[in-house]
Structures are given as C-alpha cells and as structure tokens.
Design a protein around this ligand. Structure first.
Ligand code: ATP
Length: 598
C-alpha cells in the first residue's frame, strides 16, 4: 500500500470537523487497506507507531526536524526556521519547499531509469523507518535519526513529507480518536447489532485498537469476542463518579457499600507473569523502571504465578509513619537517579482490586469476590498492603470512616458498590465507584481536571509569558473539548514560566478542530496538558461552550474564580472532567442553593 493513499486520506480528514464524515473517510481507508496493513494504518492514523503502552517515542525534537528539512531540500537552517516562524507548522514548511523542488528532483531520478512509482513510499516502509528512528539510542543517535528522516523526505511527495513531519513530531492531530476508529471498524466489518460493544470491550481489555482492528479484519467479530486478557498488556482502567453527599452515595449504592481510603498518589496496574512484574500508569504507560522497589516487593508479595492487580502508589514518611502528598511522589518520578530517589522518597502500595489470576478473568465478577481473592493471593509486607476498607450501612458510619481517612493523610474515600452487578468496568467511569473528597462538603468548591486549549499573553510583570489560559472540559460523546473558564490565578511566576515554555511547544497555528470555543485566544494549543483547578462556583455563561444550550439557550456553563492547583502529568486529555460531570455539578449546586433558601 502506497503511503500516498494514506496521505490523501489524511488530507480529507484534516478538512472535516464532522465525526460522521470522519467515520466515512475511515471506512474508505479500510476499503483501500490490505489485511496485513490494517494494524499499521490504525496506529499511523492515530498519530502513533504502536499501542500506547509500547512506549515508542520517536524522540525527534523540532530542532532536529529543521535540520533534516534543511538537508533534504538543500536550504540553510535559517531559511527553514524563518518559514517556520511564518507558518507555525513544520509540516507545511517541508510541503512548501518540496513542492518547489519536486519537479527538479523528479526529473533527476527519472533519468536514472527508475519510475516514480518504483521509488514511491509504502505505508510499511514509513512505519518501519519511524520505528527504526524510535529505537535509535545512545551516542550519535541524534545525527542518525536526522539522516534517516532525510532519507524518508528524499522519497516523499510534498503532501507525504507534510504528514511524515507531523507524525514524527507527534502532531498529526487528525482528530481521530479511538472511539471513532471503533465505530468505523464496526461499520466496515460487521453486521451484528452488538458489534460496537464487542469491539470496545476487546479494546478495553487489550488497550490496543490496532491489534483488535487486525483480528476483526482478518477473522471477524467472533474472533474479537474471544480476545482474552493477556498478562503484560494493560487493561483500560475503571474510573469513579462523584456525588456530593454521603446520603446520596449510600442511596445510589443500595444502602450499603464498601468504603475505602482514597489514597493520594499514582494509580498502578501491576502485571505479574512468573518472575516478571510490569507496572502501568493511569495513562497506560509502562512505569516499571521508575519503581524498582515496588516491582521487587510485588514479586514477593503476590503468591499467584500470574496476576493483574491494581492499587495506589503513595509517598511514605517512615519516621512519622505517615502518608505524604501527591506532589512529593511526583518529585520522585524521573528517568535518571532512580535508585537515589528510591531511598529519598520511599513509597507504599495500597492494593484495591484484582482483575485476573492464574488464567481466570475477574472483570465480570462482583467486587466482594475480587477483594476476597485479592486478600487470598497477597502476602502483606512492608511496602505492599491492602487498601483500608470497611462495610458501612449508614451516614454516621460513613462519616466516621471518612474522618479516619482524612486524619490518615488521604484525600477522602472511595465508596464501592458491593452488589452482584458490581463488575470491573474497564475503560469506564460509572457509579460503581463513587469518590468523596474532603472539599465535597461544599459541592461547588470541588476540584476539576481541565485541558489547556488556548492562551492569552500577560501584561506588566507577566509580559512575554502567558498570563491567562483557556481551559476546557472533555465531551466524550462529541469527542471535543469545550471551554469552561479562563485561568489566571493560583500559579507562581515560576509556574507560569514553566507552563509557557511547555505549552509553546504544543501551539498550533489555528484553533484545533477538536476545540469548541467562542473566544479568540492569542495562541492555540493542541489539547494535551491537564491541570487541576478549583473554582468558587458554576454559573451559566454566554462566552463558554461547555454544555452549550443544555441549561439555557445560547449559554454554556463556566467555573467562576478558577484557581490553579496542580499539574496532572498522569492524566491524558480524554481523562479530564467531562461536560456531563459539569452539568451534573451545576444541577447539584442549583439544588443546594434552593435547599439553603428554604
Ligand atoms: P481524582 O482527580 O479525584 O484523583 P481521577 O480523575 O484521577 O480522580 P478517578 O477515577 O476519578 O480518577 O478517581 C479514582 C482514582 O483514585 C483512581 O484512579 C486511583 O488513582 C485513586 N484511588 C485512591 N484510592 C483508591 C481506592 N481505594 N480505590 C480506587 N481508586 C483509588
């Protein structure tokens, strides 16, 4: 399959904002793709070269791409940089240069006796070359990466060069998310009514839509139904809903639930396969090398030979025998000096779930069964313990446990459904887990995780830096980000300098199509960074697009007086607070205000 076909599809995807059109274009793409290339095509179209958890970072920075373009088109780096400053997108820069030089170049190689078709790039060749670039490491690897990219540019048409550039910079940004791919796969390959659900389930269990897509295309839906949990492949994680009052939580959970400490650290999904332990983060990245202490401890502590368990890694103060806050744990996360940091910041792991053990899938078993089995296969020791848990049946028991959790240094509690239907909802945020945090006593003083989509330049002391950020909630039904507030306080000048530097690398020349905004920002960012913020309350707003028309015509919902709390490096934009959560919080607040009046 020629890469030109893929580039043409990308051009079409780039030109549309409509999800249904995107699905049609993806179906057209699958029509044109041979079976052996389905997997690669899915990865590439998602802007990646493999599944998320494979940790395949192409590792090319803008500066290196500028060097490669300069070399490939025979211009100086200054000239390339100048055009980049004008266009704001290196993909367009290389496209423009190539368009000018192609005629000449093509003539040169036709006289070599080869036809253009013989020389043109295939999808597999591009994918293999990008993998090669990703795997180059060590001394001299930067120069080798650049030269390999120059080699690709030499064979690429202008359009191909544009999309190769965006792919290597992780800026493909076609707006094609996994759910859109799932929908297109279901329509292309299946007639069964439950196809979408089956594909989604397989995706939740494998976290690899390329793998599921290939099985579907080659063997059909029945084979996808048979896809099993594999130790070493992360399962997409279950998430919690929120409710403001203990009474509502108890009622929702049938009057009785398991309450657990809500530890404030990093979620971990640990896979044990014999002697090998692999740790996955909430974002499904492999974080095994960052926590050698956790790996060693789990190896000894899990008595089964194969298992998948989940828990929270928390920083621990051994002198005071106390939990330490999330920020301390994050300061331990780095690629170097791991053994030094391991001594400086010891951790504990509090296990709270079991998904698989020795060949048995536990996802569809009720929570009490999962917990009992977890207790059975875990030998508690210094680092590894089970999450504190109590079964409660009324508000006063609930509140007493909640207080103990807060006193112990936790954020609050997790209330868990313990009925027969309380399965592990992989990849879903449902009411089987309900979180209740300290600040929930006032529903609207709650914190939210929003995505930065735009910025406004600062004035005075903040001149040259971003002064205010445009924040958005995620709408998973439409797969877009909807603005909800302008954030300008809560960060120090140092925070702001750091934010400016990091965000500027994500800027896009125009508003990304996944962003719905009525405001015109000074700079736009591709939705990537998640920040936790806290607001005073929620109000309807004519300028924000979150929940537009849901409460009032032409009005959205906004957070008033938002303050920055912390960076959420552990969260992908798709895990940000959703529009629906904002609507629920708004309604809740309205009810509370009414109650107060009465
Ligand atoms: P938050 O921002 O409130 O921490 P989140 O969006 O990161 O939440 P949620 O699913 O909403 O994720 O909240 C659940 C998170 O709480 C889990 O991802 C996990 O990291 C953490 N957690 C701590 N203790 C527990 C527990 N006992 N059971 C389940 N999750 C727990």
């Amino acid at each position: 399959m020629r890469y030109a076909i893929l580039a043409e599809i990308y051009r079409k995807l780039d030109a549309t904002q409509k999800r249904l059109e995107m699905i049609d274009i993806l179906i057209e793409l699958f029509d044109k793709t041979e079976l052996e290339n389905i997997r690669i095509v899915i990865y590439l179209t998602s802007g990646k070269i493999g599944a998320d958890f494979e940790d395949l970072d192409i590792g090319i920075a803008e500066k290196m791409v500028i060097k490669a373009i300069a070399k490939a088109v025979g211009k100086s780096e200054e000239i390339v940089t100048a055009l980049f400053a004008k266009k704001g997108d290196l993909g367009e820069v290389v496209e423009a240069f190539k368009a000018k030089s192609t005629q000449q170049g093509l003539e040169a190689f036709l006289t070599d006796g080869k036809t253009a078709a013989e020389e043109s790039l295939t999808v597999r060749e591009v994918w293999e070359t990008l993998n090669k670039i990703a795997n180059l490491e060590g001394k001299g690897s930067a120069a080798k990466k650049i030269n390999t990219l120059v080699g690709l540019y030499a064979k690429a048409t202008p359009l191909e060069a544009k999309y190769i550039t965006r792919t290597v910079l992780s800026q493909l940004r076609l707006g094609v998310r996994d759910l859109t791919i799932i929908e297109a796969l279901a329509r292309k390959y299946c007639t069964e009514k439950d196809a979408r659900k089956v594909i989604e389930h397989a995706y939740n269990v494998t976290s690899d839509i390329g793998f599921v897509g290939e099985i579907l295309a080659r063997k059909g839906l029945e084979a996808v139904r048979q896809i099993k949990i594999q130790v070493g492949r992360p399962i997409r994680m279950m998430a919690a809903q929120r409710l403001p009052s203990t009474e509502e939580i108890l009622e929702k959970l049938g009057g009785k639930c398991a309450l657990e400490f809500k530890y404030d650290g990093e979620r971990v999904q640990a896979h044990k396969n014999g002697d090998k332990i692999t740790l996955f983060s909430r974002n499904l990245n492999d974080i095994s090398t960052m926590y050698p202490d956790v790996r060693d401890a789990l190896k000894a502590s899990i008595t089964a030979s194969k298992a998948i368990v989940e828990g929270e890694i928390v920083a621990w103060d051994p002198q005071a025998e106390r939990l330490r806050p999330f920020q301390i744990l994050m300061s331990r996360k780095r690629k170097y000096d791991i053994s030094e940091m391991k001594e400086k910041i010891p951790v504990k792991v509090f296990l709270f779930d079991l998904l698989f053990v020795d060949g048995d899938n536990y996802l569809l078993k009720a929570y009490p069964q999962r917990r009992t089995k977890l207790e059975e296969i875990i030998k508690e020791e210094e680092i590894i313990t089970l999450a504190s848990q109590e079964i409660v049946t009324n508000a006063s028991e609930f509140e007493a446990f909640f207080e103990t959790a807060i006193e112990s240094g936790c954020e609050g509690v997790m209330a868990k459904d313990i009925r027969e239907t309380a399965i592990y909802q992989a990849g879903n945020r449902g009411f089987l887990w309900i979180k209740h945090k300290f600040d929930y006593s006032s529903a609207f003083a709650d914190s939210y995780d929003f995505v930065v989509v735009g910025g406004f330049y600062g004035k005075g002391r903040r001149k040259g830096m971003l002064g205010t950020l445009l924040m958005a909630a995620y709408n998973p039904e439409k797969e877009i980000f909807e603005t909800v507030c302008k954030l300008g306080s809560g960060f120090s000048d140092e925070d702001l300098a750091k934010i400016t530097k990091e965000l500027m690398a994500l800027r896009t020349p125009e508003k990304p199509k996944e962003v719905a905004s009525k405001l015109e920002a000074d700079v736009w960012f591709y939705p990537t960074k998640v920040f936790e913020i806290r607001g005073a309350d929620l109000s309807t707003s004519p300028v924000h697009t979150c929940a537009l028309n849901e409460i009032k015509e032409d009005m959205g919902i906004a957070i008033r007086f938002p303050r920055f709390i912390r960076f959420r490096e552990d969260k992908k934009p798709e895990f940000a607070t959703t529009t629906k959560e904002i609507i629920d919080a708004y309604k809740e607040q309205r009810l509370l205000k009414k109650e107060k009046k009465n």
